[in-house]
Structure formats: C-alpha cells, structure tokens
Write a protein that binds this ligand. Structure first.
Ligand SMILES: Cc1cc2nc3c(=O)[nH]c(=O)nc-3n(C[C@H](O)[C@H](O)[C@H](O)COP(=O)(O)O)c2cc1C
Length: 314
C-alpha cells in the first residue's frame, strides 16, 4: 500500500527502458522499499510491494544508462538534475568556515532582502532530506519589514493573552501536570521572556523579530517526521549565510501561530499543520570579530564511556 503523506496517497511508478537497461542491479541495491528486484538477469518492478515506491528516485539517479524514470508522488520529468562535479563541492574547510562565521543576527540594516535571494535560499533549502518524500514542509514567506512587523504585532497580542494565565500561583498549581523541566523553563525563561518582548513592543522596540526585513515560517503536515521542518529551516539558514545574509532562528512564533487558529488561517498555514521555526533574514548590521568554540552536552560511545571527541574538547 502506498505511504500516505499530506500531499499524496499514490505510489511512485518506476519505468524501466528495457532497450537500454543492462541489469547491473545498482537500482535494486539502492531501492529501500523492495519495489525493484533483480530476477533472472532482469530488473523487475513490484507494483504491489508492501510500502510501494516512495518516489525517492535513487534508482534513476544511480542508473548508468539513464534507463529509469519515476513518476507519481509529485515527481516531474525534469526533476532529475546533473550532479555538480566533485571539484565544486564545498570543502570541509569552506563548510567549517561558514559554520564558524555564523551567529544569530539580531541587528539588521534597513536594506530589503531581494526576491532573488529569497528564491535562492528556498531552492537550496529544498535540497534538505526529509523523513519521507515528497516533502510535507510548507513555507510562508514574509517579505518586507511591514509584513514581518504585522506578524510580530499579531504574536505579541497572543502573548498578552497567554501572560494573563501565566501567573506564578497558577504555574505552581500546574507543576505536577507540566513536569519539573517545563515548570523550570517556564518560570526562568519562557514567562520572563514573553513579558520582556511584550514590554519592549509596547515601548516601540521589536524584541521578537528584531525588525528583520524578511522571515520564513516553516510548517509541516501531521504525516511528516517532526524533524523535517527544522532540517529544512537549517538548510535555509546555511543557504542564506552562503549568500552573505544574516539569519536568526525564532522558536516562539511557531507555538504562538500553532495554538491560534485565526493566525494559521490569516497566514495560510493549513489547520492540521504544525508551525515550526521561523527564520529571520536580513543584511547584518554587525560584524563579528571572533568566533566561538562550542561543545555538545555529552559525547559517549555505545558503551556509555566518554568518546575521545569529548575528551579532546575539554
Ligand atoms: C530552535 C531554536 C530556537 C531559537 N529561538 C530563538 C528565539 O525565539 N529568539 C531569539 O532571539 N533567538 C532564538 N534562537 C537563537 C539562539 O538564541 C542562538 O542560536 C543562541 O543564542 C546561540 O547563538 P548563535 O546562534 O549566535 O551562536 C533560537 C535558536 C534555535 C536553534
């Protein structure tokens, strides 16, 4: 049975060109749904395989004689692109330089982010892997400071409503139900941060979306792996960095939009979808003179011993 997602209920359909197929079996070895089989020197398509073709198109991508096409599950005939040559691949040094240079930018010049840059960022972010193809991630583009500010104002209004309930005695009462970690996060971070954002906004300062000239809100269908939208947002962040843009991920907005049907409707997020991160984009008004070394909370091996990486990093 085909795997249902938010956008499709059909299986992919691999088609083999028998005239050119050399039955090398590469397609079979990369097929993760047992849709392709090698039998008696021929590649066969099992249209009744238990998961159905998921439409990853790995088979067509590895075929040395270009003998496979895959249709269905949103795939288009021109979706197979040439693989960029290895010499164009970012080196580890280049990638690490990009990663080390990146900081969360909260000070932007007034310069708008061009449509071409947003388009480039989105195109690069579509390269992100997903739990299951086709992508169930949607993006709402807020282009221009006014659009971003409208969202900030909408969110702050929701925050004001929430803060009426988030009083210390009520939070204490709720503690057995919300758990220790959530209670401690709420009292030490979430509630004070929301109060600060509201106060600042009413004083004319945007401490939620930092007067950014553009923002991308990632949301995903209930069928998708919950990590998908975060991975897409991360790819978009790195893509924007590669274009010289500054970025900042914002977690708060997703919760605010997610729990407010009117905001979902206003911004075109399907009612069943879960908003995730928002990614701010803009031209940085700050230049960092130093990068920062960071460490994971723990790195252990499978015997629960400290991994050499963790020892080196201390
Ligand atoms: C999932 C996630 C959510 C975040 N949410 C916010 C946010 O709501 N507001 C904010 O100012 N920064 C937010 N940030 C940015 C972090 O605060 C920032 O990454 C962290 O302070 C480290 O700084 P750096 O990114 O400059 O290295 C978020 C980052 C992540 C990864």
């Amino acid at each position: 049975m085909p795997i249902k997602t938010g956008t499709t209920a059909e299986a992919g359909i691999p088609t083999i060109d028998r005239d050119t197929c050399i039955a090398c079996g590469r397609c079979v070895s990369v097929c993760s749904s047992e849709t392709l089989l090698l039998e008696d020197g021929r590649v066969l398509v099992d249209y009744e395989s238990s998961l159905g073709c998921v439409g990853c198109a790995q088979c067509a991508a590895v075929c040395p004689t270009n003998s496979i096409t895959v249709t269905g599950r949103g795939l288009r005939p021109d979706d197979l692109l040439p693989v960029p040559p290895a010499c164009e691949r970012a080196t580890a040094e280049h990638l690490d330089a990009l990663l080390l240079r990146r900081r969360s930018v909260r000070c932007f010049t007034g310069e708008p982010v061009s449509t071409a840059d947003i388009d480039r960022v989105l195109t690069m972010a579509t390269r992100a892997p997903m739990g299951l193809p086709p992508s169930d991630v949607g993006v709402v583009v807020f282009q221009g400071r006014e659009r971003v500010q409208e969202l900030a104002e909408d969110c702050v209004r929701v925050m004001e409503g929430w803060l009426k309930w988030a009083r210390p005695p009520l939070l204490k009462l709720a503690r057995p139900f919300i758990g220790k970690a959530f209670y401690e996060s709420a009292t030490t971070f979430m509630v004070p941060a929301l109060r600060l954002i509201v106060e600042k906004r009413r004083a004319g300062e945007d401490w939620l979306l930092y007067d950014a000239p553009a923002a991308l809100l990632f949301h995903l269908s209930p069928y998708a792996d919950p990590a998908d939208s975060t991975i897409a947002a991360t790819y978009a962040m790195l893509a924007a960095e590669s274009l010289g843009l500054g970025t900042c991920m914002i977690g708060t907005v997703g919760y605010l939009v997610g729990y407010t049907k009117a905001l979902k409707a206003k911004y075109g997020v399907p009612v069943a979808n879960k908003p995730g991160l928002i990614l701010l984009l803009g031209h940085p008004a700050v230049e960092y003179q130093r990068a920062l070394r960071r460490r994971f909370a723990s790195v252990t091996d499978s015997h629960n011993r400290e991994h050499p990486h963790a020892i080196q990093a201390t």
